[in-house]
Ligand binder design. Structure first.
Ligand SMILES: *[C@@H]1O[C@H](CO)[C@@H](O)[C@H](O)[C@H]1NC(C)=O
Ligand SMILES: *[C@@H]1O[C@H](CO)[C@@H](O)[C@H](O)[C@H]1NC(C)=O
Length: 424
């Protein structure tokens, strides 16, 4: 289905941001800014208590608030507004989920067996592969509408209530995307509410805003996310597990498939929570992967910031390089530790080049490594998707990478490239 850009909505936001900029110009501050007090005051007593008792969420909110005020470039009016509303809704939704859980305690008995997590470099075809595999009904890849709503457990097949939630999410996804760089996104990464998305959507209501970390360039907040101790991550992962259990309740014979990126999650904490999980990584030349992410970040930032010059946009190249390579080193350390314990079969490697060249052969090979049966049904569905889908084509990014920048990335990812050169 072709998504139409909602021009009226975009126009209204444009005018609001224009007025917001004039206000900023005159008064030297934003008309509306993200602050924890306002968020807490928008909550019911029960919701407030929940936030107060959850140290990950509260600390996360406080840090974002302080750091946002400190970044040099202020958010646009709509950026502040959507960010604030987003947090309020997430907290409300989270508390409602806890109450739903109390009424449906059997959710805690749902088994999650042999889940698969794609934890990979950015811009490696991970979204394409994730969306491709969802076509095989023996996987359970939580779709955006499920990732955002958490509950009730989706019926099998979808009920009328599910359809209502799906439709509500369709509008939200389109509105969200319309405020980013639609032209770039419609080539590179336009998603629908029925596509599965990055795990980071499910982590946000739990107090981990990895996207805010790499999108906004808040140095202290980045450090906070990057160095969050394993115990805190594990606390979050336990809650995430319950969210998966709720979603999969009516799909008992399927296998969980989730996707995220090396700089958005902590792999070790996933392993602790799901000891029978497997981790798939797609390898691609980091020079291409990182520069492509920098270009995507520029497109996405339009949602939160008024126009940025090309020069400004290059400032996040270094930052993104630093964040990803730091997390890559952590991943490699964990992987080496597990391999030394004789658990190298936890990890499965996929080459981006092979994925692009022959996706079906690549997936067939992957199924073998994941101990999953390759069926005629899966083959037909996957082939149909590859031939007929229009999104997720590799877009040529317009990010000029000088030799200097290439060398910078190569240097940071040296040990990664040496270790996985056969896949690059
Ligand atoms: C693509 O879609 C067309 C029309 O629905 C269908 O005839 C064709 O078989 C599809 N391609 C594959 C590989 O299934
Ligand atoms: C980049 O690295 C290559 C190979 O090490 C070197 O020959 C080249 O001079 C470097 N370029 C810059 C601009 O530093």
């Amino acid at each position: 289905m072709e998504a139409k850009k909602p021009y009226l909505f975009v126009f209204i936001v444009y005018i609001a941001n224009l007025l917001g900029s004039i206000y900023y110009y005159i008064f030297g501050r934003n008309f509306y800014s993200f602050n924890v007090g306002y968020i807490l005051n928008s909550l019911t007593a029960e919701e407030k208590e929940y936030v107060m008792n959850d140290n990950v969420i509260l600390e996360n909110l406080n840090r974002i608030s302080v750091d946002l005020a400190a970044v040099k470039k202020p958010l646009s009016f709509s950026g502040e507004y959507f960010m604030t509303r987003g947090f309020i809704e997430q907290i409300k939704n989270r508390v409602a989920f806890e109450n739903y859980l109390k009424q449906n305690p059997d959710i805690l008995n749902v088994k999650i067996k042999d889940p698969v997590f794609f934890i990979t470099l950015p811009r490696t075809g991970s979204t394409f592969l994730h969306c491709l595999l969802k076509e095989d009904p023996s996987w359970f890849a939580p779709r955006i509408w499920m990732q955002k709503s958490h509950f009730p457990s989706p019926s099998n097949p979808y009920s009328e209530k599910d359809m209502e939630i799906i439709n509500k999410n369709r509008d939200e996804v389109i509105y969200f995307q319309s405020l980013t760089d639609w032209n770039v996104l419609s080539k590179a990464h336009l998603v629908s509410e029925r596509d599965p998305e990055d795990l980071l959507i499910q982590l946000e209501p739990l107090g981990i805003n990895a996207a805010a970390s790499w999108l906004f360039g808040m140095e202290d907040y980045n450090k906070f996310i990057a160095t969050l101790p394993l115990e805190k991550w594990s606390e979050v992962m336990k809650k995430l597990k319950v969210m998966f259990q709720c979603l999969m309740k009516n799909y008992p014979s399927t296998r969980l498939l989730s996707m995220s990126h090396i700089f958005c999650v902590n792999v070790e904490s996933i392993y602790e929570t799901f000891p029978d999980a497997k981790f798939v990584i797609i390898h691609r030349d980091p020079v291409k992967s990182v520069s492509s992410l920098s270009s995507l970040v520029r497109s996405l930032r339009k949602l939160w910031y008024n126009g940025e010059t090309e020069k400004e946009s290059y400032s996040y190249f270094t930052r993104i390089n630093g964040e990803i390579s730091y997390q890559m080193d952590k991943y490699l350390k964990f992987r080496t530790k597990m391999e030394e314990m004789g658990k190298s079969d936890l990890f499965v490697d996929v080459s981006f080049k092979n994925l692009v060249k022959d996706p079906i052969a690549c997936v067939q090979d992957l199924y073998g490594k994941l101990g999953k049966k390759w069926t005629k049904e899966a083959e037909e569905k996957l082939k149909y998707f590859i031939e007929n889908q229009t999104e997720h084509k590799t877009a040529s990014h317009k990010y000029k990478i000088t030799e200097d920048m290439q060398n910078y990335t190569k240097d940071l990812f040296k040990s990664y490239c040496e270790r996985f050169k056969e896949f690059l």
